[in-house]
Design a protein around this ligand. Structure first.
Ligand code: DO4
Ligand code: MG
Length: 264
């Protein structure tokens, strides 16, 4: 957890599952008794997830809508969903497919156009109350999704397709409405792409997205929602194995992952 500018571990013997099963008032009370601050480079940093499902919102920024028009055979569904009342929300990852800080994220061997998507991720409890925020990387295949929107699950959901971390900034300490999300991609020690976006440009509110995510489904141990990307590299760019993806959000920290391309 990140609180008052320092990193702290959840109190002894309390798992993330147990914490997120509680109402927000009890979580606040319990976390006021957490242990001492720990160093960011401490090896205990892992993806802040246990049994939570990871979901994601799409086309919540203009830049994302433009990017879909570049890649999609039919841009119409993306244009319509940007303005529609109901947002695009899709299932992104089971916990075992999520990578933490310093672990490798993956691009698919059956995709020749791949990008990271740097996103603010919201961590909710079982009552869909916002407990905190972390950084999410929604690794995506633009070629697979662009060929047919029905291929979205294959473009978005595979081993290593999501990274989370390095910590959860607690909701009562963090303003999600004005935060800068910075992406940098490094290849052979050179920055080959960098850009930033602000959550102030998001077309939806977080409560609106959570309202749809929580309709007709219940998350016993809470859930994590990626809120969409405002940064997409230009069309000619694709990730390569060995690239490093660095994402920074002030108040949360830095999430850095090398890219790999497993054979299957
Ligand atoms: O519909 C495509 C998904 C878009 C997405 O993941 C995003 O906007 O972040
Ligand atoms: Mg995304």
């Amino acid at each position: 957890m990140r609180r008052d500018g320092a990193y702290q571990q959840i109190g002894d013997g309390v798992s993330l599952d147990a914490l997120l099963a509680l109402p927000l008032s009890e979580i606040r009370e319990l976390l006021s008794r957490t242990g001492p601050a720990i160093d960011l480079h401490d090896p205990v940093f892992q993806a802040p997830i246990q049994s939570q499902e990871v979901w994601a919102a799409g086309v919540t920024y203009k830049r994302s809508r433009e990017a879909r028009s570049e890649e999609a055979v039919d841009a119409d569904p993306y244009d319509r969903v940007y303005d529609a009342e109901r947002p695009e929300i899709f299932f992104k990852a089971t916990p075992s497919r999520v990578r933490g800080p310093g672990e490798k994220v993956a691009i698919r061997s059956d995709s020749d156009w791949n990008v990271p998507e740097p996103e603010l991720a919201v961590v909710c409890n079982s009552s869909m109350e916002v407990v905190g925020y972390t950084i999410g990387n929604d690794m995506s295949s633009r070629s697979i999704e662009g060929e047919n929107p029905l291929y979205l699950p294959q473009a978005k959901l595979y081993d290593g397709a999501c990274a989370l971390g390095p910590a959860i900034a607690l909701a009562w300490d963090f303003d999600p409405t004005q935060c800068n999300i910075e992406l940098e991609i490094v290849r052979e020690e050179k920055v080959v792409f960098s850009a930033a976006s602000s959550t102030s440009a998001m077309r939806r509110t977080i409560s609106e997205l959570l309202g749809y995510l929580g309709r007709h489904q219940h998350f016993d141990f809470g859930c994590i929602l990626l809120t969409g990307t405002g940064v997409v590299p230009p069309s000619e760019f694709t990730l390569k194995p060995g690239d490093r993806v660095n994402i920074n959000i002030a108040g949360i920290g830095a999430l850095s992952n090398e890219v790999e391309q497993p054979l299957s």
